[in-house]
Ligand binder design. Structure first.
Ligand code: PLP
Length: 384
């Protein structure tokens, strides 16, 4: 290991949302999706150099930044994109909101599969579009799509489909055949497909691959808005740098029109971090994945042995976020209960689950923090 993911870095008195939530209380924050790891030295060096330059005017990406994104798509996924397809954004949630406004009219419907990252359900509503959710089903130990329910959910008002690929919070890597079937579904119903791929570089299972939805075929690409960012993988979400990849010129123009005058431009430091991450961050990413696999395995083992009533229902294939079924604990408010015992988790109901049934845990922390959080969760179970 060249990089030290065990190094504790105090964040309690910083601008961290994750840590501020529990300021002054002995609660380990295992909720919002950022990691407690210092970012790759290559990114820090690039940022230092940029800061030393000392000027921070309105920014526009330089060619080497765009080239780093284009090269990463080809290197990681064999996906050949053109630089003109990239639309820079200050965040993916912005992208979800813009997509709803660009491709559905007020009162029209945006379809998605739940449970899912909450903005998938709230973004349409922010601009008076409706969100329609089709629940996943657990089948043969995997979260799967209820294809019949999906067909039944389509109405003449359905215009857009939001896909989380890979999936947060189910940690599922979609198989190529599933994506092909979903894409075919969108083609048949003339839906624009918005594929949020923010977690694509966090595949934990070495036997699995990320498939960019738009790379399946030119026909799919023509109706797909891909949203990506270096933010989750390289732990730079606070730098607000993301992008949409839209190959169809008409749809791209429509998307850009919906951003104009409202969506802020990406900042100087964000572009620099993005370039360094995609060009020079691979060795760090590989070690991060190894460390996260270790955290995942620790969690799986501990839950199975020490947390009766907590169930991880399907393999954790991607992301550092794990969906825990806590229904059998019979807690009216699991979040409050675990907080009382020093662990801050994410509320499953926000992702579309029934209150009391699920919580989500963030494993993007040192092994020592995770070990302590699990010890506290065990104590929380004993104190019911
Ligand atoms: C699926 C998904 N999309 C988007 C985001 C947030 O993206 P951003 O911070 O760029 O708005 C997250 C953060 O957890 C996420 O899990």
């Amino acid at each position: 290991m060249i990089f030290d993911f065990d190094q504790p870095i105090p964040r309690a008195h910083t601008d961290s949302q994750k840590w501020q939530k529990y300021a002054g209380r002995d609660i380990l924050p295992m909720w919002v999706a950022d990691m407690d790891f210092k970012c790759a030295p290559a990114i820090l060096a690039a940022l230092h150099e940029r800061v030393d330059h000392g000027l921070f005017g309105y920014a526009r990406p330089v060619k080497s930044t765009v080239d780093a994104v284009v090269a990463a798509m080809e290197r990681n996924y064999g996906w050949k994109i053109e630089s003109s397809w990239i639309v820079w954004l200050p965040g993916l949630v912005v992208g979800l909101n813009v997509t709803a406004q660009a491709f559905a009219e007020p009162g029209e419907e945006v379809l998605t599969l739940s449970p899912v990252y909450p903005p998938f359900m709230t973004a349409p509503k922010n601009s008076a579009r409706a969100s329609v959710q089709v629940p996943f089903v657990l089948s043969g130990g995997a979260w799967t799509i209820d294809w019949d329910a999906l067909e039944r959910a389509v109405t003449p008002k359905t215009k857009l489909f939001y896909l989380c690929n890979p999936h947060n919070p189910l940690a599922r890597v979609w198989r190529r055949e599933e994506l092909v079937r979903l894409a075919d579904f969108c083609v048949r119903h003339s839906l624009v497909l918005c594929s949020d791929e923010i977690h694509c570089d966090l595949i934990l299972d070495p036997a699995l691959k990320h498939h960019p939805t738009a790379a399946l075929s030119p026909e799919i690409a023509a109706r797909t808005i891909t949203l990506m960012a270096p933010s989750k993988t390289y732990n730079v979400p606070g730098l607000g740098t993301s992008f949409a990849i839209i190959s169809d010129p008409m749809r791209r123009a429509r998307f850009v029109r919906a951003t104009s005058g409202i969506v802020a431009e990406v900042n100087n430091l964000g572009y620099v971090a993005c370039e360094a991450a995609y060009r020079d961050g691979e060795a760090w990413r590989q070690e991060l994945l190894a460390y996260l696999r270790g955290n995942r395995d620790l969690l799986l083992d501990f839950v199975a042995r020490e947390l009766p009533g907590v169930v991880i229902e399907a393999p954790v294939e991607a992301t550092y976020l794990v969906w825990l079924n806590v229904r059998a604990l019979g807690l009216a408010d699991p979040i409050a209960h675990f907080e009382q015992h020093g662990v801050g988790l994410s509320e499953g109901a926000a992702f579309g689950a029934k209150k009391g049934d699920y919580v989500r845990i963030n494993l993007g922390c040192t092994r020592a923090t995770l070990t302590e959080a699990l010890r506290r969760m065990k104590a929380a179970l004993a104190a019911r």
